[in-house]
Ligand binder design. Structure first.
Ligand SMILES: [Zn+2]
Ligand SMILES: [Zn+2]
Length: 426
């Protein structure tokens, strides 16, 4: 691991890993993640390990925005919900696939002439049934191309296609408040892919096109499954994918994207279900981004909500979605850092639009406790922590207004949902 941030448990972990063989590495990381999830500082007696839960949430990346916060190696937003043998991925921000391998790619090792070597091809993504993308910001999508590229060899989509859910085409450019006038759009072609605001379907097609040389080479020369045939991409808000619920007022593209349009009050609506989970969604307040979703996963063991990126006022949508949930993973931004970073910014300054975005389209650390309380969440997990190097002591102030359990999210942390199946292994 590169240089860690200042938190004690991770430093302890690194010292434990020193000198251990590769054989023990991956399982140990998983186990320690569970211990961190149970909020045990290094050296304290551990409780039930999250790895022993049938349903467990694995945090892969826990920062918002970029991943180059000084003094921190948090990856960007991503998590996996494990339910029995199935895995469900929510967001794939920068660094997510590396964390995914650390958490799940254990491999099988054998001894050959006294050397320990890996004895199989990794297929650690074979259990991934579905991917859910909350919105089209890069810190939630940055590793999506990597996931598609390596995933075809790592087992996903066979025999059942991997389902991928995400936002539909926004349909209209953001209102220009920055002063810059450039626009990215494929030129010289007449195709629906040439749009300034692709949804997850178009984005996926464009990734396959952009990396076609390697995808085709891998299929034709290296026996990779043919990628278009092992994924099934469905856009939320597309009549041919997951349509909006009946009666939903679809925002008028001709109007400015006001908050009333991007986050109207709505009831949660189902987007996916199988024998293990039911997944529902609402729009949240991440203006000007549209659509921007929060997701709820209901399992036999309990419920987990991922807030996505949102301000604190979702017209009651978050409260409806997350009401009484067992685990609420909620984004935060440190409002003290915001005020310090943008001190003196005024309308017309280049920094002003970003200042307004971080203030209004994210949830201040000082407000997240109130949101969790209004949802009657049992456990609040801070993730998408902005900035990524916010000290733990400051993050603990998120407890204000919330009397449930607070967990400060860490990469590779595991959070058990429901009862543990057996006692912790040592
Ligand atoms: Zn984000
Ligand atoms: Zn965002």
């Amino acid at each position: 691991m590169p240089i860690r941030d200042v938190k004690g448990p991770r430093i302890h972990r690194r010292s434990l890993l020193k000198g251990m063989g590769a054989l023990a590495l991956a399982p140990l990381m998983v186990g320690l993640g569970g211990r961190l999830a149970n909020a045990h500082p290094a050296g304290q007696k551990k409780k039930a390990d999250a790895v022993n839960h049938r349903t467990r949430l694995v945090l892969l990346g826990t920062t918002g925005g970029m991943t180059w916060w000084p003094g921190s190696d948090r990856a960007s937003a991503s998590q996996v919900l494990v339910v029995g043998d199935a895995m469900y991925v929510i967001d794939l921000g920068f660094g997510a696939t590396h964390r995914m391998a650390q958490a799940f790619n254990h491999g099988k090792f054998l001894t050959y002439r006294g050397q320990t070597i890996q004895g199989d091809l990794s297929n650690f993504l074979a259990k991934v049934r579905a991917v859910f993308i909350t919105h089209m910001h890069m810190d939630h999508l940055g590793d999506y191309p990597t996931f598609l590229e390596i995933g075809a060899r790592a087992g996903f989509g066979v025999p059942d296609k991997l389902k991928i859910f995400g936002p539909c085409n926004r349909g209209r450019l953001d209102e220009n408040v920055s002063g810059y006038n450039g626009m990215v759009q494929m030129a010289g072609v007449d195709t629906p892919l040439a749009t300034p605001t692709p949804g997850i379907r178009q984005t996926t097609d464009l990734i396959l096109q952009a990396f076609a040389t390697t995808f085709n080479n891998c299929t034709h020369d290296e026996n990779y499954p043919e990628i278009p045939n092992i994924i099934d991409v469905k856009e939320i808000g597309d009549p041919n994918g997951v349509p909006w619920p009946a009666g939903f007022h679809v925002p008028d593209p001709a109007k400015i994207w006001t908050r009333a349009e991007t986050c109207p009050a709505m009831d949660p609506f189902p987007i996916y279900s199988d024998d293990l989970v039911k997944v529902s969604a609402v729009l949240v307040d991440h203006a000007q981004v549209y659509p921007s979703f929060a997701f709820r996963f209901d399992t036999e063991d309990g419920s987990v909500v991922i807030s996505g990126d949102t301000g604190p006022d979702t017209k009651g949508n978050m409260q409806k979605l997350a009401q009484g949930c067992d685990v609420l993973v909620h984004e935060i931004i440190d409002n003290i850092w915001v005020e310090g970073s943008f001190k003196g910014a005024k309308p017309g300054d280049p920094a002003w639009p970003l200042y307004q975005h971080v203030l209004s389209a994210h949830t201040a650390l000082d407000d997240v406790g109130k949101v969790a309380a209004s949802c009657r969440a049992k456990t609040l997990v801070l993730s998408h922590i902005g900035p990524g190097n916010t000290p733990v002591a400051r993050l603990r102030q998120a407890q204000k207004g919330f009397d449930g359990r607070l967990i400060i999210g860490e990469d590779l942390m595991q959070i058990g949902v429901g009862k543990a199946l057996r006692r912790t292994r040592v």
